[in-house]
Design a protein around this ligand. Structure first.
Ligand code: SAH
Length: 397
């Protein structure tokens, strides 16, 4: 299929009006509290939560009237006070390689004005990965990352994190009985469109620990969205004090954005390193609950020309990771407007990969996906920021 990269589609009707609270994204405990609040008898709560859960997360119901095994009275009671609204899709872009990027807008909560984030879907022949965001913007200011140049930052709620998967499943026809779109590539055969979730979009997940942990619980629930914890990866720049808790309480897979093997260089690339240096970070990885040869920790390493890509650094990487069940993901640097970094030359990346591979580690080079729509790693930045800047310029002219 020959796909043209599409330009962003802006929907004129996507203004989010503060309305009824949505149940999409709620945890079981939140649904139970809501039902209690509506006067449902304690003896019925568990069963009713189970029914709602099935409709919301397994069936992807869009209206309470679809929930046929729930009595009419309760259905109308819920419909009067709650909605099943998903985050608004403000824009959708499809890359030539089938990667999709959505700009999502969340409804305002209280004083908050609502927020916009980007979420990316990457289809491969045997799997489909959804890359989701945990914060609006990011405070880390990693030198090579575009997302870090965005100013506005806030944590996403559990519901806003879960909402990303619900929207993506809907857009991809990945709920029972729905039809998949024909304008993009999807995994082949019986493989479901979305099999994996990575917290590698905007934000630092471990700065939003509780919401990320609870969201992992909802995503992994076998009676609902059913993404196994082995297929959910939380990526961190190295918030050391939260790493053990992630393993214990969320039980997800762990990825570390390493990018450098010496503190002096890592201090400049990933400023968080000044607070939590390599020694502490690697000690936390060694102790990560649940890590084993079957559940390896992923180390991400962005290949920056002349900065971190020498053979000596590859050997040092191998030495540092000794004793940690690890795989190493080499990421060709994705350029963005205004960056001073360049991607390493291909033979440098290959030589680096070979040293790591010969030391016994899987060292795949991550194929850049969705570059034509700025959907690749580190390129995410709210599209509306650019649109607003354009509007400002037009107003000043
Ligand atoms: N804050 C978390 C989650 C973001 S993950 C973390 O740092 O792990 C996004 C991944 O893409 C990180 O590994 C990040 O370092 C990497 N990345 C950022 N900018 C990039 C770029 N321009 N090219 C390639 N990878 C990049």
């Amino acid at each position: 299929m020959n796909l043209q990269p599409s330009s962003p589609v802006l929907r004129p009707d996507c203004d989010v009006k503060p309305g009824l609270a949505s149940l999409v994204g709620a945890t079981r405990a939140e649904l139970a509290a809501i039902l209690r609040g509506r006067g449902i008898a304690e003896s019925e709560i568990r069963m009713r939560v189970g029914q709602l859960w099935h409709w919301i997360y397994f069936q992807g119901a869009t209206g309470f009237d679809q929930m046929l095994n729930i009595g009419k009275a309760l259905r109308s009671e819920l419909a009067a006070h709650y909605s099943l609204a998903r985050p608004e899709v403000v824009a959708e872009q499809v890359s030539q390689d089938g990667t999709r990027k959505w700009l999502l807008r969340f409804a305002p909560i209280g004083q908050d004005k609502g927020a916009e984030i980007e979420c990316v879907y990457i289809p491969e022949s045997d799997r489909g990965t959804l890359c989701i965001s945990s914060q609006v913007g990011c405070t880390l200011t990693c030198a090579f990352c575009h997302t870090g140049t965005q100013r506005l930052v806030r944590n996403l709620s559990t519901a806003e994190i879960v909402g990303q998967l619900v929207v993506a499943r809907e857009r991809l026809g990945d709920f029972p009985g729905r039809i998949a779109p024909t304008d993009g590539l999807l995994p082949s055969g019986d493989t479901r469109p979305i099999t994996n979730v990575v917290f590698m979009g905007m934000g630092e997940p471990l700065f939003n620990f509780e919401n990320v942990r609870d969201a992992v619980g909802v995503l992994a629930d076998g009676e609902g969205l059913s993404i196994s914890k082995r297929r959910i990866t939380v990526s961190t720049a190295g918030v050391v004090p939260q790493i053990a808790a992630l393993g214990r309480e969320a039980g997800s897979m762990l990825a570390i954005s390493l990018h450098a093997v010496r503190d002096d260089l890592r201090d400049t690339l990933v400023p968080l390193n000044k607070k939590y240096p390599l020694k502490d970070l690697l000690a936390a990885c060694r102790a990560y609950p649940g890590a084993s040869n079957a559940r390896r920790i992923t180390f991400e390493y962005v290949m920056l020309k002349g900065v971190n890509d020498s053979p000596a650094e590859a050997r040092e990487l191998v030495r540092l990771l000794k004793g940690i069940p690890a795989k190493i993901n080499l990421i060709p640097f994705n350029p963005w407007p205004g960056t001073e970094f360049e991607c390493s030359d291909w033979d440098k990346i290959e030589a680096f990969s070979e040293i790591v591979f010969n030391a016994g580690y899987a060292s795949p080079v991550r194929t850049p996906r969705g570059r034509d729509i700025l959907a690749a790693c580190g390129q995410l930045k709210s599209e509306t920021e650019k649109l607003r800047a354009r509007a400002r310029l037009a107003a000043e002219a």
